[in-house]
Design a protein around this ligand. Sequence first.
Ligand SMILES: CC(=O)SCCNC(=O)CCNC(=O)[C@H](O)C(C)(C)COP(=O)(O)OP(=O)(O)OC[C@H]1O[C@@H](n2cnc3c(N)ncnc32)[C@H](O)[C@@H]1OP(=O)(O)O
Length: 158
Amino acid sequence: MTAAADGKPAGQANILVRDLEASDYNKGYLQLLSQLTKVGDYDEATFKARFDEMSKRSDTYKVVVIEDLDKRQIIATATLVVELKFIRGCAKCGHVEDVVVDSTYRGLRLGLRVIEALMAAAQELGCYKVILDCSEENVPFYEKCGLTRKEVQMVKYL
Ligand SMILES: CC(=O)SCCNC(=O)CCNC(=O)[C@H](O)C(C)(C)COP(=O)(O)OP(=O)(O)OC[C@H]1O[C@@H](n2cnc3c(N)ncnc32)[C@H](O)[C@@H]1OP(=O)(O)O
């Protein structure tokens, strides 16, 4: 991705779609996530410990990122969590979480790219469906990604 002088992206992207790496702590991964929600204040060792826990469960967690190779910056991410079920012959259900594209890179189909990557991973991992919760305003985006509206979300914070 070449960025124009005003900071807005322009031209063809020099990007890489790949799995999250521990070194992405230093490429703005948490700053990107903070554009989605509160991340909290913690150091690199804490990030690395959580990264290692997730890496050990690679059949359960898949975190996809897009790196701007010129800036060495993480500009998009999404996470797949695979739930093991007893129903449907011990099926697996994929949950998409924590989808965010850096505000200066939105509208460049990078959101679509991370969702496509997760859908491919969900298929490879044997999920029979993929579900997610989102705001009303993001429904058109997910419809463009091939999902359809179903049921409602409920929550209780603990
Ligand atoms: C499960 C969850 O995590 S839900 C949380 C989702 N994340 C957020 O709300 C964080 C803030 N928002 C963002 O990071 C981004 O706006 C995202 C992730 C929602 C979308 O990423 P982008 O890279 O901007 O979207 P992208 O360019 O891939 O859009 C794909 C298509 O959806 C359309 N689209 C994207 N957002 C919207 C929208 N809000 N309303 C209507 N259409 C939209 C685009 O126009 C495009 O259509 P096209 O194929 O006809 O060109």
